[in-house]
Design a protein around this ligand. Structure first.
Ligand code: PEP
Length: 255
């Protein structure tokens, strides 16, 4: 049984005060009997503030990026040791904004994943195709390359500390969500690829989140799909009431 996860990526938003208020409101609104995981990923500067609020709750803390080195002359970078020290459980690696705007490659992402795992940080590893790639029928090829290169030399055992987030680039921050069927198809492909690279058991156990304009209005139909194990949520996670509705999605039909 894969435990669902709803993760909020706050990107480069919020002051410490705002982040604290939002984290408090989310914590307050959580169903105490919630069985799945909830995770918040604030900016580096807000990690400690949020940690101080959620430490006695079930909410997990994630950074949005990290350096692959543990320490040294890497001006402007933040290391896995520092993230662990501040109380992070997870780190997001390979968000499409990191790939596109900051030029991160599959190779550097693979180094980051290995370093995070070595330092006992779990990983949300993002993959996804651009609109052009989708229109040129390259979606599966792109996903396959990102998975193969990103997870290179990562053992089956280590994979249990990785959550994959399928985030079609054309759906991030655009208001265009993949249809539940489009997302489910991609998730099935990712699971098959994990099965090919590892084994069926590993592919059955790995969690695959969907990300891309997830909203209070569309979460239920996405979560109804058997291979969608949760969501990575950007914009909608910045509004407590909306994000709480996403967190408390309704199980419908097949799920
Ligand atoms: C994201 O930041 O990973 C994301 C999916 O953003 P949004 O929900 O705003 O599309």
């Amino acid at each position: 049984m894969r435990k669902p996860m709803i993760a909020g990526n706050w990107k480069m938003h919020l002051t410490r005060k705002e982040a604290g208020e939002l984290a408090s409101a989310i914590k307050k609104g959580l169903d105490p009997d919630l069985k799945h995981e909830v995770l918040l990923a604030p900016s580096f500067t807000n990690l400690e503030t949020v940690k101080n609020i959620i430490f006695d709750s079930k909410i997990l803390l994630s950074a949005q990026n990290m350096c692959w080195e543990e320490k040294g002359a890497f001006t402007g970078e933040v290391s896995p040791l520092q993230l662990k020290d501040i109380g992070c459980d997870y780190v997001i690696i390979g968000h499409s904004e990191r790939r596109k705007i900051f030029g991160e490659t599959d190779e550097t992402l693979n180094k980051k994943i290995k370093s995070a795992l070595k330092n006992n940080l779990k990983v949300i590893f993002c993959i996804g195709e651009t609109l052009e790639e989708r229109e040129n029928n390259q979606t599966y090829r792109v996903l396959q390359t990102q998975i193969q290169n990103g997870l290179k030399e990562i053992s089956k055992e280590d994979l249990s500390a990785i959550v994959i987030a399928y985030e079609p680039v054309w759906a991030i921050g655009t208001g265009k969500t993949a249809t539940p069927d489009q997302a489910e198809d991609a998730h099935i492909f990712v699971r098959k690829e994990i099965s090919r690279l590892y084994d069926t058991n590993t592919s059955e156990n790995i969690r695959i989140l969907y990300g891309g304009s997830v909203k209070a209005e569309n979460i239920d139909e996405l979560m109804a799909k058997p291979n969608i194990d949760g969501a990575l949520v950007g914009g909608e996670s910045l509004k407590a009431d909306k994000f709480l509705r996403v967190i408390h999605y309704q199980k419908v039909l097949s799920k």
